[in-house]
Design a protein around this ligand. Structure first.
Ligand code: XMP
Length: 486
């Protein structure tokens, strides 16, 4: 092929803004659609949203809030293994009936240490165990509130501890906690060793989030990002009960990444989502060479903080990447490896477009960075609220040195840092976005995600169409909430 032909035969690489979903005959009212979906081979979500593994987006607080609404948080990896595991543990402990990963203290430690431990883990009581893990007492916030910091835990703890065995039912646990007016019920084995803990707080939360994404034991789901070259992290995350591992590199269709992923797949039964992919060929190679992968994260360079396509002129817009991966799945007859469309989502319509292109879920960074539960600071600028948001290949994020291998070029930034408008709580955002997605499903006539795949028909807009399908010929002197989405 001549060089000129390259341009003549170039594929049209469309993005969200280039297309529109055509309305279809509908019997679906906007509150009727079911937006539950598959996120990996084995796991399902009640809403099709994941939060990006970025250090201004997903730490424990956001992961808890999002999973409670039915979505999934992917804890970022721009930190030590210990820090990431601690975040994961906080999520898995958030609502367990029995917490198995109990934080304990010994009788000869000090009140000061007990206070520090409680503060660090945001908990209000610690079972006290001796050297042999035998339960010998319990110490709570009330015991330490006015106590001398130098006292020993054994001086202030309650020694008369109510306990239960592992077979206890929720009803019985509630009864004991109520009868003894206590907040915590340690679970012990026949030797008196602590094996778990039931807390009143967790029991009270049960039933409060019926839509939450949960594991088999009722704990909320949590995913975590890793480098493909960090098997140690996989081991530690697995021990801490991570539900899904997300391989987190900018371009996973790479010989070294594939080799490393093969090794991970060989050594674990965890569900592994890989990404990011941008092409049909990449998806085919992943599906045929990486036996057992649980999902494909697709889209390169469309993220709101990305400068990959500016700096390198390489990239694959999320819509194009999704269509390409979906065709690969279709052609290979792969039905249970879902596609997660990642990057560039600004409004519920983009989500519907991504799903119509074959995605099962979308991943959002910008949108969730603006919520109360994201890690960044809330700031005011000219009377408006904003939160920090930065690309993982921005200079600031790279300075932490943990996610350096996400981007191939070490010396240049492929992301920017800045601020996004504050959007309220995760629940507010999810409510707004789910309602918008359901409205699109109403226009399309789709009752569920599968029906969007079948019935969602695209129209390609011209420049005139792009202009006309946004507010136009109107003077809007004040900027209102949501204006940044159009
Ligand atoms: P949104 O549009 O939701 O996109 O902000 C989030 C996604 O962007 C990717 N990401 C980056 N891509 N440079 C990039 O080229 C970066 O610094 C960067 N940081 C994150 C990532 O896929 C995320 O989910």
């Amino acid at each position: 092929m001549g060089f000129k032909e390259k341009l003549r035969d170039a594929e049209k690489v469309l993005t969200f803004n280039d297309v529109i979903l055509l309305p279809g005959f509908t019997t679906v009212e906007p509150d009727e659609p079911d937006v539950s979906t598959r996120v990996t081979r084995r796991r399902f979500l009640n809403i099709p949203f994941l939060s990006s593994p970025m250090d201004t987006v997903t730490e424990a607080e956001l992961a808890i809030a999002l999973a409670r609404t039915g979505g999934l948080g992917v804890i970022h990896r721009n930190c030590s293994i210990e820090e990431q595991v601690a975040m994961l543990r906080a999520v898995k402990r958030a609502e367990a009936f029995i917490i198995y990963d109990v934080i304990t203290i010994t009788p000869d430690q000090t009140v000061k240490e007990a206070i520090e431990l409680m503060e660090r883990h945001n908990i209000h009581g610690l079972p006290v165990v001796d050297k042999n893990e035998k339960l010998v007492g319990i110490i709570t916030g009330r015991d330490v509130r006015f106590a001398e910091h130098s006292l020993k835990v054994s001086d202030v703890m309650s020694k008369d501890v109510q306990t239960a065995d592992e077979d206890i039912t929720i009803e019985k646990a509630k009864e004991i906690l109520h009868a003894h007016r206590i907040e915590k019920l340690p679970i012990v084995n026949e030797k008196g060793h602590i094996i778990g803990l039931i807390t009143m707080k967790d029991l009270m939360l049960r039933g409060k989030y019926p839509n939450a994404a949960r594991d088999e034991e009722g704990r909320i789901l949590c995913a975590a990002a890793i480098s493909p070259f960090d098997e140690k992290r996989v081991e530690e995350l697995e021990k801490a009960n991570v539900d899904i591992i997300v391989i987190d590199v900018a371009h996973v269709h790479n010989a070294n990444c594939f080799k490393a992923i093969k090794s991970i797949l060989k050594n674990t039964n965890m569900e592994i989502v890989i990404g990011n992919l941008g092409t049909y060929e990449g998806a085919v190679d992943a599906l045929t060479q990486l036996d057992g992968i649980a999902g494909l994260r697709v889209g390169i360079g469309s993220g709101s903080i990305c400068t990959t396509s500016v700096v390198t002129r390489a990239g694959s817009p999320t819509l194009y990447a999704t269509l390409s991966a979906a065709d690969a799945c279709l052609e290979l007859g792969v039905k249970d490896v879902p596609i997660i469309a990642d990057g560039g989502i600004r409004n519920p319509g983009d989500i519907a477009v991504a799903i119509a292109a074959g995605a099962s879920c979308v991943m959002m960074g910008n949108i969730f960075a603006g919520t109360r539960e994201s890690p960044g600071h809330l700031i005011t600028l000219e009377g408006r609220y904003y939160k920090e948001y930065r690309g993982m290949a921005s200079h600031a994020a790279k300075r932490k040195l943990y996610a350096m291998d996400r981007y191939p070029a070490k010396a240049i930034a492929e992301g920017v840092e800045g601020y996004v408008p504050y959007r309220g709580t995760v629940e507010d955002v999810v409510t707004e976005f789910v309602s918008g997605l359901k409205a699109t499903m109403g226009y399309v006539g789709a009752r569920n995600i599968k029906e969007i795949w079948e019935k969602g028909k695209f129209g390609v807009l011209t420049q005139a169409g792009i202009r006309e399908t946004r507010p136009h010929d109107i003077f809007m002197p004040t900027r209102r909430f949501g204006d940044n989405e159009i």
